[in-house]
Write a protein that binds this ligand. Structure first.
Ligand SMILES: Cc1ncc(COP(=O)(O)O)c(C=O)c1O
Length: 488
């Protein structure tokens, strides 16, 4: 067996000289109990007798006597020249204690937490099979650049990376994000208002904390992004689902249902999951209501980098004269989900509270990833990456639409989306999306039933298929497998 990391060197041994028990026995008993409880695992190397004696301020002979007893009883094994190790084949008492089933921990039984416990997506997100949502591709050029810039950042690893920094993130990165958002999304911003986050999810969490208060009712889109809804309900916020039609969220209906809502969580440029854009008339209606009522609008502008056609709509935040919009975006889609970086552009009156909430949560973003991303943006690679990936995803989108229409045109209605990383295929003739979702998994294909994302509005049956994560050549064969899920 390979020896384990020598965590035993860090074990908090103690010796009490005033105790009746001899020192050697105190050391022996401590080690034995650490072994029996599993705190020190089989095959762990023990510190040398000399080191341990110095650490404890005792004679070496006391430590030697303790080790000898452990060796004699089979708890430890010696290897010539290699030191003393905890035995890999432990005697009976160890197995008996270790094998005992732990008592189940008691967990909160509130409705929100019960729902979180049932939330299957926690593991489903990491499923790599086509056509799971939210996955991205990186071409060889970006991979190579990312490696090079990471190596360069590590070479210049210094003071800049080592200490505590600004909770909003590195100034150079905030400046680059600010320039990008002004140019690409017509966002009104200055670097002082940009906060680098770990992505949309952390931004949502910070916003929820900032909105602490007794009358916390907010609008959410129905259907909408479940991670927004769950983050809100888990924090005890009352959500008011507002229906979405082909012009986006129905603002008039929202005002009718919850006129005093504290905030609105929406995806105006590309509604998740339906992919529609919030019409200009509704944008203006929403902004006017927010200005009057003092509500906040949280604009989740996810995947806005990938626009393939149609008239591009600038951000809602760019239209906002009254500074009611909190704009949040993610780099986990533009680059890769494992990156865990994103940003929020916060209205001036909220910056202080936002930064404080972030500081109390995790202080600041990790310095090294920010340094790599800063170089990637400053040197123009980000813009080039977006251009290349947009073309790649456009090809994948076309391949998916063509394969679906060819193979499943009788069962599904498919329109290519103008933006984003997934498409919605509406089922025909009363076919249940949930049934197909289940059957597709048996054929190694992941499609998501859109009807699951409705809260109150009558659910439309449709399948959501991600196309960004899957090279063109695997799309048609995967659709052939999906077609088998439709055969009864
Ligand atoms: C509506 C929406 N917003 C944001 C995100 C990105 O989230 P994050 O930045 O936490 O990875 C996703 C990803 O699936 C999404 O669907």
């Amino acid at each position: 067996m390979k020896s384990r990391q020598s965590w035993a060197e860090l074990y908090a041994f103690e010796v009490d000289r005033t105790a009746d028990a001899p020192v050697f026995r105190q050391i022996y008993l401590q080690l034995r109990s650490a072994i029996l409880s599993g705190t020190l695992r089989p095959a762990t190397k023990l510190p040398s007798t000399r080191e341990l004696a110095v650490q404890l301020g005792v004679s070496r002979s006391a430590v030697v006597a303790a080790f000898e007893q452990l060796l004699a009883e089979g708890y430890a094994a010696g290897r010539k020249g290699a030191g003393t190790f905890i035995a890999s084949d432990l005697p009976e008492p160890f197995a008996a204690i270790h094998g005992r089933k732990p008592r189940p921990a008691s967990v909160s039984r509130t409705a929100a937490f019960r729902e979180l416990g049932d939330f299957v997506d926690v593991t489903a997100q990491s499923d790599e099979r086509p056509f799971n949502l939210g996955r991205t591709l990186m071409d060889a050029r970006t991979v190579e650049l990312w490696r090079k810039l990471s190596a360069r950042s590590l070479r210049s690893f210094g003071r800049h990376h080592l200490g505590y920094g600004d909770p909003r993130g590195m100034p150079e990165l905030r400046k680059s994000v600010c320039e990008y958002l002004r140019a690409a999304r017509a966002v009104r911003c200055e670097p002082e208002r940009v906060v680098i986050t770990a992505g949309t999810q952390q931004a949502l969490d910070i916003i929820i904390r900032v909105m602490q208060g007794p009358d916390r009712e907010v609008w959410i889109e129905d259907p909408g992004y479940s991670l927004t809804r769950l983050a809100l309900t888990a924090a005890g916020v009352t959500v008011c689902p507002v229906p979405v039609d082909r012009h986006g969220v129905d603002v008039t209906e929202g005002i009718r249902r919850a006129p005093k809502a504290r905030a609105v969580f929406i995806t105006p440029s590309h509604q998740f999951p339906k992919g529609v854009a919030l019409s200009m008339a509704r944008r203006l209606e929403l902004l006017a209501w927010a200005r009057e009522s003092g509500a906040w609008i949280v604009e989740d502008d996810y995947a806005s980098e990938f626009r393939y056609g149609g008239r591009p709509l600038a951000s809602l935040q760019g239209l906002d004269e009254a500074e009611r919009v909190i704009y949040i975006g993610t780099l986990n889609k533009a680059l890769f989900p494992g990156l865990r970086l994103g940003y929020a552009v916060v209205p001036p009156s909220l910056v202080q509270a936002f930064v404080t909430a972030r500081y109390l949560m995790d202080r600041q973003p990790s310095s090294l990833c920010q340094a790599v991303l800063t170089a990637f943006m400053e040197e123009g690679h980000f813009a080039a990456h977006i251009r290349r990936m947009r073309e790649m995803y456009r090809g994948q989108r076309a391949a998916l639409v063509a394969a679906l229409r060819r193979r499943l045109g009788d069962h599904l209605t498919v329109e290519p989306p103008d933006q984003g990383m997934h498409l919605v295929a509406y089922t025909r003739r009363g076919l249940s999306d949930v049934g197909i979702e289940r059957a597709a998994r048996e054929h190694g294909v992941v499609v998501r039933a859109m009807s699951r994302l409705y809260v109150e509005a009558p659910g439309q049956s449709a399948l959501m298929l991600g196309f960004s994560g899957y090279p063109r050549q695997i799309i048609a064969p995967a659709i052939a497998r999906l077609a088998r899920a439709f055969v009864r």
